[in-house]
Design a protein around this ligand. Structure first.
Ligand code: HEC
Length: 118
């Protein structure tokens, strides 16, 4: 009986933590602490990526959540989470993700800087 109650209590706590948005990914850098480069990168993200990806939530949208993308070892596909792989994804696209080869080099590096802050 006691074990059952403990189990129910533990389940409730885990569900509440999930509802509160707690997950294993470390917190993103607060918006008011972004550098000028990261802030510009955020504008690029909003213009080019936010229709399909959340940056500050672990929920999938059209594509997987990008919160903590560089804090994890692997991208959702299993490729290593590094600048080269993410750049290739942006420039060449991936299945349902359209290629964005028209992005200016400075915009790309600012975007990557923002993604590192997530
Ligand atoms: C039209 C919707 C769409 C847009 C716009 C979009 N993506 Fe994606 N993205 C996707 C989808 C869908 C996937 C999942 C692709 C798959 O692996 O099947 C994805 C996957 C990814 C991945 C994971 C790749 C991997 O190897 O797992 C990254 C990183 C990513 N997108 C970054 C971006 C960035 C940065 C932008 C903005 C420059 C962007 N995406 C714009 C739809 C989009």
């Amino acid at each position: 009986m006691m074990r059952k109650i403990l189990f129910i209590a533990a389940t409730a706590i885990v569900s509440l933590a999930a509802l509160a948005g707690c997950d294993s990914t470390p917190a993103s850098k607060p918006l008011d602490q972004l550098t000028a480069q990261e802030s510009h990168g955020r504008e690029i993200f909003m213009a080019r990526c936010s229709a399909c990806h959340f940056d500050r939530s672990s929920q999938a949208l059209q594509g997987p959540a990008l919160k903590g993308v560089f804090k994890k070892q692997y991208l959702p596909s299993g490729a290593p989470a590094n600048d080269d792989r993410v750049t290739a994804t942006i420039l060449h696209g991936r299945t349902m993700m359209p290629p964005q080869g028209d992005i200016a080099p400075q915009d790309l590096s600012d975007l990557l800087a923002y993604m590192h802050s997530l």
